[in-house]
Design a protein around this ligand. Structure first.
Ligand code: URA
Ligand code: CA
Length: 448
């Protein structure tokens, strides 16, 4: 096939055929089309867009560029995906909780990079936990316990690996068809038939405005339908960390707190988890009604079934399940420091991306792929946007490796927050739910 002719077509805004898209995806996966031509097509797609048919074909061709799982897990394999957050540990809560309700959560996760954390790194802070399972073990654990979370294999959507790396350095990340096909190709390849997406919106998110985030969510829902999968999405705000804990072992601890029912009333991490979990039960065909599903998940936290399921999943993946009862078995940082509120007033703004980078520099994340991380470090933030702060009250608790690291983080954290004397509104948490019937607001819990 003549790749220049294909570039000419997209340059003029014409629709590519399935064969042309397959050639592009295979070329990326096998290295048979040079990077400069792939990059030129990425930019043409970024500028000219793609029809839903093209985006569906690109998604399926990227999924089929590697090995595709067709797992028998004794139910509909359900996955969830967040487009990137700080202090967002919903997967650790949802995999066991949805499994406890009868869902089959089959999830391949990634590692943290830059300012966002990665579920694999969090799981690996649990002593003994394995996240490099073979496909067979992955599917078997899910079939037998209802959930399993492991790392993406090298064989998962190799076309996406090449294209995502190129997009990162060619200013072509922010394209709805490219984001939708990138995310969904990996979900389809890892065997999910029902997918719940948490599309983050706001500064630092893939899509900065609510309008664009909803458009991305709608595209992914439509691509799901066109590909014979059920895709539903929540559009949620990332104006501040979702949970109060940022850092790997710290986030595991917070997930255990939520599953133990120790989270406080109206806790945002719990609210988003319950909304996503209810949608997972609906998408997986376990529950019809959203409110019933949500009430059931609440009950499974209350009666300890969710935490029990986490114990089982950890133990099946080689980890020490006693962390669920005694979080002091998780790695702990040697330097603990309280950072007090600097003055009286209200917390009115958080530079969430900067908070993520501060945790990364403390050692919780990687600057480059392959860097090692420190599972114990990070911080807990004790105030949310809109909260009143009194001078001297605890604002952060730092968990640092060295006093110098704590000093630096303290200064940086304080400069990433803004305070005002007048009160300010809470940050909106869940903006919209998007499914094949349309876009509608979440009601009840989780509005804030
Ligand atoms: N995450 C992905 O996996 N792909 C994208 O394109 C954006 C976010
Ligand atoms: Ca193939």
């Amino acid at each position: 096939m003549d790749f220049i002719a294909l570039l000419e077509k997209k340059k003029r805004g014409q629709e590519l055929t399935r064969e042309e898209i397959a050639f592009f995806a295979e070329g990326a996966a096998r290295g048979t089309v040079p990077d400069y031509q792939l990059s030129a097509l990425l930019m043409a797609i970024r500028l000219r867009g793609m029809t839903d048919r093209e985006t569906r074909d690109l998604t399926l061709c990227m999924a089929e560029s590697g090995h595709m799982l067709t797992p028998d897990v004794g139910g509909v394999p359900v996955d969830k995906h967040s487009t990137g957050g700080v202090g967002d540990t919903t997967t650790l809560i949802l995999a066991p909780l949805v499994a406890a309700a009868g869902g089959k959560v089959l999830k391949m996760s990634g590692r943290g990079l830059g300012h966002t954390g990665g579920t694999l790194d969090k799981l690996e802070s649990i002593p003994g936990m394995r996240v490099d399972l073979s496909e067979e073990t992955f599917v078997r654990i899910c079939r037998e316990t209802g959930c399993c979370v492991t790392g993406q294999t090298a064989e998962l959507a190799p076309a996406d690996k090449t294209l995502y790396a190129l997009r990162d350095v060619t200013a072509t990340v922010d394209s709805i068809p490219l984001i939708a096909s990138s995310i969904l190709s990996k979900k389809f390849a890892s065997g999910a038939r029902a997918i719940v997406l948490d599309v983050k919106t706001g500064a630092g998110a893939l899509m900065p405005t609510e309008e664009e985030s909803v458009a991305l969510a709608q595209t992914m829902v439509r691509i799901g339908t066109l590909s014979g999968r059920r895709v539903v999405a929540v559009v949620s705000g990332m104006d501040e960390p979702l949970g109060s804990h940022v850092g790997n072992a710290l986030e595991v601890r917070e997930a255990i707190d939520v599953l133990s029912g120790r989270a406080r009333e109206g806790d945002p991490l719990t609210a988003v988890s319950l909304a996503l979990g209810a949608l997972m039960l609906q998408a997986g065909g376990v529950e019809k009604d959203f409110e019933r599903a949500r009430a059931r998940l609440r009950g499974l936290i209350r009666d300890g079934s969710g935490l029990n399921k986490l114990r089982e999943m950890i133990s099946r993946q080689g980890g020490d399940p006693r962390v669920c009862d005694d979080t002091s078995l998780l790695p702990a940082a040697p330097v603990l420091r309280q950072v007090p509120c600097p003055s009286d007033g209200f917390l009115c703004g958080v530079d969430c991306t900067r908070l993520g980078y501060i945790a990364q520099r403390m050692g919780a994340g990687r600057a480059r792929k392959g860097d090692s991380i420190d599972p114990a470090v990070g911080f807990v933030i004790h105030r949310r946007i809109g909260d009143r702060c009194r001078k001297g009250e605890p604002l952060f608790t730092l968990h640092a490796r060295t006093p110098e690291s704590a000093d630096r983080a303290e200064g940086e954290l304080l400069s990433a927050l803004s305070f005002s004397e007048a009160s300010c509104p809470k940050a909106r948490l869940i903006w919209d739910i998007v499914d094949e019937n349309g876009v509608y607001p979440l009601t009840g819990e989780g509005l804030f």
